[in-house]
Design a protein around this ligand. Structure first.
Ligand code: PEP
Ligand code: MN
Length: 271
C-alpha cells in the first residue's frame, strides 16, 4: 500500500487499543531507574497521556555519552505501562532487536538518525507493531514519505509520521521545528502525523507553546519528554519538562482543541 493511497485514519486507529482523539505520548528521554519510571508513568497517565515513551537503546551523537540501560529498561517500561494502563513506545536501533522489542513494546520508534536505515525499515515492514517514523533532521517531506513507503510496501500499514525539527542556520534552538510539515504531510499522505516539540526545540520553555502550535496546525498527537526532576534527566535535561508543566500543557492543548472544534468552519476563507 502506498502512503498516498492509504485510507484516512486517526492516530488512535493506527495505534489501536485507544480511543483518545488526540493521543499524547510522554515520558523520559531515557529510561533510568525502575521506581523513577513508575513515578513518571503515574504522573503522565494522570495528566492524560495514553502512551509512555522512554528510550532504552539511545542514539547518541557521541559514543562516550550514556547509551541507555538496555534490555532491563524494556521490562521496566512494560511493568510501568501495565500498572498505569498505558501503551509503550521506544526506539529500535538495531534490526536484530526486533523480537526483543516486540515482546515488550507496543509502538516501535525509528529515530531521526535511522530514518534512512533501509535495512531496518524493510524489517519493520514485516512487523505487526505500529511504527513511529521520525523525520531525519536533514530530510525533505518526500524523503520521509519514501522511508514510510519502505515499511508500508513490506506489508505494515501502521505507520505514524513524526516531525521532530530539522537542522537550519538557527542556533538558538537545538533544531527548527517545522510546523508546516503537519499540513504538508497530511496533504501528501493519509498517515497520522505527530509532533515532538522536545527534540524540535531543545528548550524546555518552548515545549508548551510549540505543542499548542502543533495542535492548532492539525497534528494528530504529540510526543513529549517529561521527568519528575527534569534537571536530573540523564539525557536531554534541557528540553525535558516537569510533571507540573506537562499537566498545564495537557490542559491548554485540550482547551485549544475544544475551542477549534467549536469554531464554525469559515469555508469562505478557504477560497
Ligand atoms: C528520542 O525521541 O528519543 C530521540 C532520540 O529522538 P530523535 O530521533 O528525534 O533525535
Ligand atoms: Mn531525547
Amino acid at each position: 500500500m502506498r502512503a498516498k493511497d492509504q485510507k484516512p485514519n486517526s492516530l488512535g486507529l493506527v495505534i489501536g487499543k485507544i480511543s483518545d482523539s488526540f493521543p499524547v505520548m510522554a515520558g523520559p528521554c531515557s529510561v533510568e531507574e525502575e521506581e523513577l519510571l513508575f513515578q513518571i508513568a503515574e504522573g503522565v497517565a494522570e495528566a492524560g497521556a495514553v502512551v509512555l515513551r522512554g528510550g532504552v537503546f539511545k542514539p547518541r551523537s557521541s559514543p562516550y555519552s550514556f547509551q541507555g540501560i538496555g534490555s532491563r529498561g524494556l521490562r521496566y517500561m512494560r511493568a510501568a505501562a501495565e500498572k498505569y494502563n498505558l501503551l509503550t513506545v521506544s526506539e529500535i536501533m538495531d534490526a536484530d532487536h526486533l523480537d526483543l522489542m516486540e515482546e515488550y513494546i507496543d509502538i516501535l520508534q525509528v529515530g531521526s538518525r535511522n530514518m534512512q536505515n533501509y535495512g531496518l525499515l524493510k524489517k519493520l515492514g514485516k512487523s505487526q507493531r505500529p511504527i513511529l517514523l521520525k523525520r531525519g533532521f536533514a530530510a525533505t517531506y518526500r524523503e520521509l514519505l519514501l522511508s514510510a513507503e519502505y515499511i508500508l510496501s513490506g506489508g505494515n500499514s501502521r505507520v505514524i509520521l513524526c516531525e521532530r525539527g530539522i537542522r537550519t542556520f538557527e542556533t538558538h534552538t537545538r533544531n527548527t521545528l517545522d510546523i508546516a510539515a503537519v499540513p504538508a504531510l497530511k496533504e501528501l499522505s493519509s498517515l497520522p502525523v505527530i509532533v515532538d516539540p522536545s527534540h524540535g526545540t531543545g528548550l524546555r520553555s518552548m515545549v508548551l507553546p510549540m505543542s499548542l502550535a502543533a495542535a492548532a496546525a492539525g497534528a494528530d498527537g504529540l510526543m513529549i519528554e517529561v521527568h519528575t526532576d527534569p534537571d536530573r534527566s540523564i539525557s536531554d535535561a534541557g528540553q525535558t519538562i516537569s510533571l507540573e508543566t506537562f499537566r498545564e500543557l495537557m490542559h491548554r492543548v485540550r482547551t485549544l482543541r475544544k475551542a477549534l472544534e467549536a469554531a464554525p468552519e469559515a469555508t469562505s476563507l478557504k477560497k
